[in-house]
Design a protein around this ligand. Structure first.
Ligand code: PMP
Length: 379
């Protein structure tokens, strides 16, 4: 069979490759995966089951059930985001689909798309699938991995059409304050960039409230915000997300979505309505547990003498590796059965770091940290 150049040129995910190794071993504690160790809140699961019992197994309207879009519009008001459920919200198959649709709706072949780095592994390939050229914009450890005006200028982002950012960030756990976002917003306005803002971890911040760049002056009209149910609501397998944006952008995305996906999963939409309407308490419980683990992991790394910046969002710590990150991750896995992800898979700025997910129960987390300490002591 003849395969497309696109498929042939797409490398396997650096994370997957690593975890295939781990799967062959016994007694491995994985701090590698980017997904909650919790199940979705029971009320959300019950709503999904109930919808099936009532036989609700058809497609929904392309944009997603209006009741869900209304619940999303109400939910995002907590971040100061005001969007019309009729025309400015699109329900998608995970935030992943929303990112893909936005890129395909905005990017022409050859357009440069500035992508904050280190970044979630899907952005680069997603830009390429849209025909665009990814332009990595390195954030710096000394700025706690928050993008600055200087970073953008130095990388030549002024010539890009689109800028892709993500706070709270995967893989670093960095969050960005309103002041820091204002710097990025100023650059976007001056150089007429459209901003794609992946805010899927908005519900998982531990110091202060989440701020969306779309709420800053002059930004709403040039920003598309992504969010979803995978992280804060622990609903990864239900595959539900959404995009918020000006109606012309949402219309353009829906034009592609109606042919490629038709509608997001119906059962998941019922679960999501319930999640938004009655599961704030469950989210708060999970957030509190993540926060306890976050403090524990960061302080253990620091006690071991590893540089570890104060990650304040998502569920990742991003310590410095004591030597080559890929070799370290491999040695740690082989010798102590602890899986972490080498920072380099998230882009050049990730070199020398490790992504350590604390979406793992406290007892496994304690054992993993003991093993890492023993491993470092044996070197
Ligand atoms: N964006 C980021 C930053 C993520 O970490 C993930 C999940 N790993 C996604 C998007 C995809 O989320 P979804 O399950 O909603 O497609």
């Amino acid at each position: 069979m003849k395969l497309s150049e696109r498929a042939k040129n797409t490398p396997p995910s650096g994370i997957r490759r690593f975890f295939e190794l781990a799967e062959e071993m016994d007694d491995v504690i994985s701090l590698g995966v980017g997904e909650p160790d919790f199940s979705a809140p029971w009320k959300a699961r019950a709503a999904a089951i109930h919808s099936l019992e009532r036989g609700r197994t058809s497609y929904t309207t392309n944009r997603g059930m209006l009741e869900l879009r209304e619940a999303i519009a109400t939910h995002v008001l907590r971040y100061g985001l005001e969007y019309d459920p009729e025309s400015e919200i699109l329900v998608t198959t995970g935030a992943s689909e929303a990112v893909d649709l936005a890129l395909r709706a905005l990017v022409d072949p050859g357009d440069a798309v500035a992508v904050q780095s280190p970044a979630y592994i899907s952005y680069g390939p997603g830009v390429r699938f849209s025909g665009g050229d990814p332009l990595p914009v390195s954030t710096r450890a000394e700025n706690d991995f928050v993008l600055t005006y200087d970073d953008l200028e130095r990388a030549g982002a002024a010539d890009a059409e689109v800028l892709m950012i993500c706070y709270p960030n995967n893989p670093t756990g960095a969050t960005a304050s309103a002041d820091e976002l204002a710097d990025i917003a100023a650059f976007a306005r001056e150089h007429d960039l459209t901003v794609l803002s992946d805010e899927i971890y908005a519900g998982l911040t531990y110091e202060g409230d989440h701020t969306s760049i779309a709420t800053l002056p002059g930004m709403r009209e040039r920003t598309i915000v992504f969010n979803g149910f995978s992280k804060a609501y622990a609903m990864t397998g239900l595959r539900l997300g959404y995009a918020l944006g000006p109606s012309e952008a949402i219309d353009a995305m829906n034009r592609i979505h109606q042919y490629t996906m038709l509608s997001a999963p119906t059962t998941a939409q019922y679960a999501a309505i319930e999640a938004l309407e009655s599961c704030d308490g469950d989210v708060e419980d999970m957030r509190t547990q993540y926060d306890r683990r976050r403090r524990f992991v960061i302080s253990r790394f620091r006690d071991m003498g590893l540089e570890c910046f104060e990650a304040t969002g998502a569920f990742y710590a991003f310590p410095e590796a004591p030597y080559d990150d890929e070799q370290f991750a491999e040695d740690l896995l082989q010798e102590e059965g602890v899986a972490v992800v080498p920072g380099r898979v998230f882009g050049e700025e990730g070199y020398g770091h490790l992504r350590v997910s604390y979406a793992t129960g406290m007892s496994d987390l304690k054992e993993a940290m003991n093993r890492i300490e023993r491993f470092l002591g044996s070197r």
